[in-house]
Ligand binder design. Structure first.
Ligand code: ADP
Ligand code: MG
Length: 251
């Protein structure tokens, strides 16, 4: 079985000359099947850039990213778009739902783009809405849904194609704490019951706590990886986060 995501010694720079920023600095990371990995770090540490590389939304200046053994930069734009649509589920802080479509239609969208049969679409969408406990909202448009419900719809849209890996960038960033907890539990359930590999970017230990392990990034470098199962509680993760990220940078 191919490793879902393999990040090999990537460097990503933005800009040039005096104002150049090294967003990722020789970073390597593997996400194995069934992993639920939180990527943690301060604002500006390179978390989103890393997630975008994993999705092939941008390409590294050095190193490479493989998803299911395929080097993303080697694919043509068209192949990459198809590959992403089939194999990668993307979830963002802003839900990015299409306002004129209902919840069910938003979830159905990737299947429609993939040219699935109508009966398959209906079956998969119903199953997904049920799993996410939003069947009663199926015919509502996004503006009639709460933030938590909108993010459930976005998760449904990300998962409906049964991707090998789900990449989520601060998915609870726009939610209040009870909705955040519900979304975190949902992601954990999906990982436990369906075995979906999940990469979850967050700067909040209370969110990272739901993952199986945490990867800490600082100034574009991976500085630590820790199993969360070994931790007593969220306070322990928060302490580790503080210790790792508040320590002076190595010269
Ligand atoms: P995080 O998600 O951890 O907050 P980012 O990956 O968004 O961090 O950003 C890492 C660094 O790269 C920051 O210094 C940021 O300003 C810079 N950066 C990210 N995207 C761009 C871009 N499109 N153009 C210029 N600089 C960028
Ligand atoms: Mg970010």
């Amino acid at each position: 079985m191919n490793t879902p995501v393999s990040v090999e010694n990537v460097v990503k720079r933005f800009g040039s000359g005096e104002t150049a920023v090294v967003a990722l600095d020789h970073l390597s990371l593997n996400i194995e099947e069934g992993d639920f990995t939180a990527i943690m770090g301060a604002s500006g540490s390179g978390k989103s850039t890393l997630l975008h590389l994993m999705a092939g939304l941008t390409h590294p200046d050095e190193g490479r990213v493989l998803v299911l053994g395929k080097a993303l930069s080697a694919l043509s734009d068209r192949k990459l778009t198809h590959f992403r649509r089939e194999q990668i589920g993307l979830i963002f802080q802003s839900f990015n739902l299409i306002p004129t479509l209902t919840a069910a239609e938003n979830v159905a969208l990737p299947l429609r783009l993939a040219g699935e049969r109508e009966a398959t679409i209906r079956e998969r969408v119903d199953e997904m809405l049920h799993k996410l406990n939003i069947e009663r909202r199926a015919t509502h448009r996004p503006d009639a849904l709460s933030g938590g419900e909108q993010q459930r719809v976005a998760i449904g849209r990300a998962l409906v194609t049964r991707p090998a890996v789900v990449l989520a960038d601060e998915p609870t960033g726009n939610l209040d704490s009870s909705n955040s907890i519900a979304i975190c539990r949902l992601l954990r359930d999906l990982n436990e019951t369906e075995g979906v590999s999940i990469v979850l970017v967050t700067h909040e230990p209370s969110v990272g706590m739901y993952a199986r392990d945490a990867v800490f990034i600082r100034d574009g470098q991976l500085c630590h990886r820790a199993a969360i199962a070994d931790m007593k509680d969220a306070a322990e993760l928060a302490n580790l986060y503080q210790t790792l990220l508040a320590a002076p940078a190595s010269p």
